[in-house]
Design a protein. Structure first.
Length: 157
């Protein structure tokens, strides 16, 4: 009868790292594709007012944001400290709103254009004069769906 002997000193086999670069590149590619870039750089300070009756917007792709607030400190030397309007990444005047909305409408399919909403992201300390001027301009260009952005009110306030 033959004797079988155990070989000592043989540990577990090493893990192959040959596929590690492939996995890293797949993860890198995944995050590059999935990552969403920031839409716009805020140049105005917007401290949203509080509200109790809030509704979430259904399709954010159909929303055009109009920011109204005091320019940030780094822009106050050239633009002053009076409330300003920001459309996308640039300061604008009230007369620039129709062109801005037209450019936004071109980006979405034609059947969804009537569903487009203009969202006013206004600082709580801004006077209603500039907000009313913006609303009148929106009415003149037949943008009747207007939304006001705000923060949810808590009971502590």
């Amino acid at each position: 009868m033959a004797k079988f002997s155990r070989k000592k000193g043989k540990g577990t086999p090493k893990i192959s790292t040959a596929s590690l670069p492939d996995i890293i590149f797949i993860l890198l590619f995944f995050f590059m594709v999935v990552t969403v870039m920031k839409d716009s750089d805020l140049k105005v300070d917007v401290n949203y007012p509080y509200a109790t009756e809030l509704q979430k917007l259904e399709k954010k792709s159909l929303v055009s944001y109009i920011y109204i607030g005091k320019p940030k400190e780094r822009y106050q030397k050239s633009y002053g400290s009076a409330p300003r309007i920001q459309l996308n990444d640039a300061f604008a005047t009230i007369d620039d709103i129709p062109l801005f909305l037209e450019k936004e409408k071109v980006k979405i399919p034609e059947q969804q254009r009537p569903l487009m909403t203009a969202s006013l992201r206004t600082d709580k300390d801004v006077t209603m004069g500039i907000v009313t001027d913006v609303k009148i301009k929106l009415r003149k260009v037949n943008q009747l769906k207007v939304n006001y952005s705000s923060k949810p009110r808590t009971d502590d306030l």
